[in-house]
Design a protein around this ligand. Structure first.
Ligand SMILES: [Mg+2]
Length: 186
């Protein structure tokens, strides 16, 4: 008898859940125009490397600008499409994308720090939480990872500097200068 693994695409059952603004692209506060997308340095190579290591990639972004009426869901999709284009990696880059459109004061199932998207993806793709990471530039990113039982990873390319992250004294938080440095350590 031979048992064959036919699901080699997710080799380590691991995944990276990635914030968008301040993690993959420059955070421009309520970015609505695809022409404004600027990829942070080193991101395409780091994403490529993460995929080579067998990690599935998921995009997990709060976009309260939609709930606030600053831009539409279609515009958010257009920004994501422009980001994909600039990343230049084989499509689809992200296995699934979660855009949480609510304002902070609105009820929401998915808005970070909710763990729900991460939990649903872990169940849907039979991921191993021990090999899953939530990477972001804000405390709400970290909290969603903690709430989902995956490793929280802080980057310093957005809202907070390394000193500001350290001042928060979040137990077991790993802090990297940028996403590329984190992938180097995987
Ligand atoms: Mg962010």
């Amino acid at each position: 008898m031979e048992i064959e693994n036919r699901e080699s695409k997710i080799e380590n059952r691991g995944a990276l859940f990635l914030d968008r603004d301040g993690t993959l692209i420059i955070d421009k506060d309520y970015l609505a125009d695809p022409a404004g997308v600027e990829i942070l340095p080193g991101i395409p190579a780091a994403l490529r490397r993460a995929r080579e290591l067998g990690y599935e990639l998921f995009l997990f972004t709060n976009q309260s600008g939609i709930g606030r009426g600053y831009y539409t869901l279609d515009q958010a999709h257009a920004v994501n499409a422009r980001m994909d284009e600039l990343l230049g990696l084989p499509a689809p880059i992200f296995r699934e994308i979660c855009i949480a459109p609510e304002r902070p004061d609105q009820p929401s199932l998915y808005r970070k720090p909710s763990p729900r998207f991460i939990q649903e993806m872990i169940a849907r793709y039979a991921l191993d939480p021990a090999h899953c990471y939530m990477v972001g530039d804000r405390p709400s990113d970290i909290e969603s990872g903690q709430n989902a039982g995956v490793h929280p990873i802080a980057v310093c390319t957005g809202k907070l500097s390394a000193d500001e992250w350290r001042d928060l004294k979040i137990p077991a938080l790993r802090i990297y200068a940028d996403f590329g440095r984190f992938v180097d350590a995987l």
